[in-house]
Design a protein around this ligand. Sequence first.
Ligand SMILES: O=C(O)C(=O)CO
Length: 319
Amino acid sequence: MGKFKVLVANNTIPQIAHDLLKSECEVRVCEAEREQILQNIPGIDAMLWSSHLQLDKEMLDKAGPQLKVIGTMSAGYDNIDVEELKKRGIKFGNTPGVLDDAVADIAVLLILAASRRYIEGRQAIEDCSWSHKNGTQWLLGQDVSGATIGIVGLGGIGQAIAHRVKCFNVAKILYTGHKEKPEGKAIGAEFVSLDALLKNSDFVICSAPLTKETDKMFNAESFSKMKKTSIFVNVSRGALVNQPDLVRALKEKQIFAAGLDVMTPEPLPPDHELLRLSNCVIIPHLGSATWKTRNAMAERAAKNILNALKGEPMISPVV
Ligand SMILES: O=C(O)C(=O)CO
């Protein structure tokens, strides 16, 4: 293979990706800033992408017609104009699978922290309201054991969540999505409509990708269908939720609590209303943030690119 030019469009990508790419290509690196990418993109054959910026027509025009492949170091690609990539015959791969366990762990963290009132408990210690006088009814939470868990999107992450919650002796796992899946049967999960899932679940967990169909799918109507004691967890993308509606549902105690790894915008401004709700556990998009997972994602993204440049199938192609 000749020396293909690869742009690593984020200078914080783990070393393993640089090592792999440098062994076969000429590598250019820039910060994940739109202006920097636009400056560095002309003439490249491939790009390793990792950012929440929009990868759009303008960027692809600037790159030029020789651009052959893009590998994103993420499972989600809602910020990438996949239709435009298809039109231009640019191959595109992502990194599903390698982050399923890490993201599912974060979902469990949010399930437990939200249901057991972690934020209020911690605050009570700090503001000296923890007292023996509080009695036996203080800061009571919801149980995971015996609960019905509803998973919206039973892909790799949803399945990893289902496997984990089974260890908590849950009563039932429901799921919804495009269609019934053999993996659902293997886990012992029941395929139901979104409506049935919202009405019957004690925990509603969102692990579906962001698409035109799922955009704002969790809104005032959805929250009104959920149980007052239910907990909403999102480890997918903030845009699946109508956030003002969620804030209202939490304030008015229409649902018990929420656990969010994702939100809009990201980063969330420190004075945002969500941060002042004691029944909302919120963390800064840490789903895949472990050493092992980020290295595996970087390795997969680099291998996708190298395979495509050699004319071989990518490990995880999108188009
Ligand atoms: O890879 C992704 O799409 C993520 O959001 C990981 O948390």
